[in-house]
Design a binder for this molecule. Sequence first.
Ligand code: GAP
Length: 513
Amino acid sequence: MPAPSLDQLVSLCKRRGFVFPGSDIYGGLANTWDYGPLGVELKNRVKKHWWKTFIHKRQDMMGLDASILMNQKVWEASGHVGSFEDLLVDCKNCNQRFRADHLIEKNLHTDFQELKKSIRDHARKEQDLNYKTVKSEFDKAASKNFLDALHNIFEAEKEWSKFDNDKSIANLIIQTGKIECLNCGKTNWSDARQFNLMFKTYQGVIESDTALVYLRPETAQGIFVNFKNILDTQRPRLPFGVGQIGKAFRNEITPGNFTFRTREFEQMEIEYFIEPGNSEKYFDEWKEIVWKWFTDFGIDKNRLRIREHDKDELSHYSSRTIDIEYQFPWGWGELFGLANRGDFDLSQHEKFSGQDLKYTDPDDPTKKFLPHVIEPSFGCDRSVLTLLLEAYTEEKVNDDIRVVMKFHPSIAPIDVAILPLSKKEHLINKAQEVYKKIIHETELVVDFDITGSIGKRYRRQDEIGTPKCITVDFGTIGEDDAQGEKDTVTIRDRDTLKQERLPIVKLIESLKH
Ligand code: GAP
């Protein structure tokens, strides 16, 4: 089934209590979202599944929960103070700010990285640079008017070597006069400039430079600064990994697309420490492992792809990065990133902290070195968003459209719903007995729903993705043989819509998945 539109999903999420706009009763706060009762169950299940797969079920992995606030030197050492930047442009007419690459992509309906690569490649080969070659490169992506404008600028500038970095290329494209403000439609732009994405705050009561702290922009650094503590207390042998789930904050210039890009989000990150020289082997291993993790949830492989980062797109700490991208309703977008961080972080922290962070080979104490790092980095919110999009299904049943969230049973927010057929007290009591039996004898999350007709309740359970519904009726309490035998209930399957009559004593066995 084709993916739903983002509006369809956002509407279902609000209607059924998965995700609400943040600060809703005050008119919201731009691009903040709160996970409702169903959303928090879904998100917790994704995190639990991740923790079980990567921490509990692997001998070589352990967990950590580091602070969000860290010594500001951490971010100087990690390079985030100097290099964690995006290109920003201001519309001089309406004062709206945009991330330069997003603005260009939205205007030209093309990928900025591709466009940049074409311009940069030609700029580097000055003798090749003429209108025809540039035109043939851009033909697929850009409009004729845009090409003419770009050609005029190339002709006027003549200094091709200037167009060899993100900033000058963004300015070149924006100067064509063809890039319109997404807010007011004008083309009156400031020059593009670098903007640091870290959120700042002050610790304590005095707002001074020494009290300045940053909200962490990635969870990873908590692992690197605890590397020595982990070596000293756990005595791990290489290769080993440390995993962490937690909030990260980035002052994104253009957040948007629901929970895809927000300023506060959650990451699930692993730093996998290895002996130098083995990077490619472990990089490929993690690529396979993570691909399997996503596809085991039933994510359609046709809507997933791997994208290798171009050399000049790499983060300051990475020598190789691939993204797993998902085909979101607005196009391909990063779901997960795998980076080869080498010994960049440990050597920087060694330098800035003055501490010895070397690993000693337990079999040869004379062999001391800084391990290298492979980093699988999952966005928790983007994983949840992807699973919501994948689950959303519309089916024609008789003359009606049934909306059903076909979550993999291991992550469905509710496992089973108990639906008493009527509100009669003795029927409710029997249904309560069944409810208590399931919650006492299993770990399942059980909903007890008595509001509305049975049809409406099935519809609600379909829309929240509950795999099984149990109906307790007058047959169950021995008052109507036509509905079923005494002490039996009906189980309805979300996906097949098949209904089965089962004795209550066999219920627990049948609910195991
Ligand atoms: N430690 C490496 C790191 O942070 P990243 O590619 O910047 O790498 C990793 O982020 C993952 O975090 C991304 O693949 C994405 O899923 C998620 N992520 C990054 N920025 C985000 C944002 N503004 N909103 C939601 N998720 C985000």
